[in-house]
Design a protein. Structure first.
Length: 261
């Protein structure tokens, strides 16, 4: 946290000194910066302000959000907002915008979703992002958080934007139930269940009766083991989500991004 020349509070993200000697950290930081520079502004993407170097250490200046990430909110049992549906909508809107601008996130999880004190949601951390491919593609050495990764990503197979749709589904499921869909007594057991196409996880509305059945079904489809069984893209999923939650969907007309081969 710092202040700019107008005394506005901003967030400063630096490449850690340990990262300067890492083979991957500078590249990841550079990727995150590139995504910020190419994204057009959106209410549910953290606002990028500037970047530079201080004592040869790269940094970027971002909008400061007074609040907490979704992981902290869930782990501490903090009250989120009165309308959780609005948070789900904003989560989807931010990811939808990222895809529309030609990027996939590949590390979508509660820790990368900031919620302000008034319930405003911002997606952040694009270090692992990749250009949205025209067809499923293998990405070497793509890092992520296993519990939120689609099966094809966990297994190092070809993937596309539908891996992010899966990760949104895991995050939404956890937000509504305080549980992850693929349970287990140990992390290894949970991962085996996650990779088992025949494993049947309990729909969200059976954990939380306040979840509408239609919303539970939407999340269930996002979590389909096979990418072909998920929603084909975020625009269709997001429009369905808005309809289910009674919110008018106003898609942003995307520029034409250069898609990866």
């Amino acid at each position: 946290m710092a202040t700019d020349e107008f005394e506005n509070v901003v967030a400063v993200r630096k490449l850690r000194s340990s990262g300067l000697t890492s083979s991957s950290a500078p590249k990841l930081f550079k990727t995150g910066l590139k995504v910020h520079q190419t994204l057009s502004p959106h209410p549910n993407i953290i606002r990028f302000i500037n970047h530079g170097k201080a004592d040869k250490t790269p940094y970027m200046v971002l909008h400061y959000i007074q609040g907490a990430d979704l992981k902290a909110i869930l782990s501490r049992g903090l009250k989120l907002v009165d309308n959780v549906a609005d948070v789900l909508i904003q989560m989807a809107d931010g990811l939808n915008h990222l895809h529309d601008r030609g990027w996939i996130h590949l590390d979508y999880k509660p820790e990368n979703i900031m919620v302000s004190l008034n319930g405003h949601v911002s997606l952040l951390d694009f270090d692992t992002a990749q250009s949205l491919p025209r067809k499923p593609k293998k990405y070497p050495n793509v890092s992520g958080t296993p519990a939120y990764m689609a099966p094809e990503q966990l297994m190092g197979k070809a993937m596309d934007h539908r891996a992010d749709i899966y990760s949104w589904g895991v995050t939404a499921y956890e937000l509504l139930t305080k549980l992850r869909p693929f349970g287990g007594r140990t992390p290894d057991e949970s991962r085996r269940n996650q990779l088992n196409e025949k494993y049947l996880f309990k729909p969200a509305h059976l954990h939380n009766p306040q979840v509408p059945v239609g919303l539970s079904q939407l999340i269930h489809r996002c979590l389909a083991h096979q990418p072909r069984d998920r929603f084909p893209n975020m625009t269709i999923m997001n429009a369905k989500l808005h309809t289910l939650l009674g919110v008018q969907y106003q898609p942003v007309i995307p520029s034409t991004p250069a898609l990866a081969s």
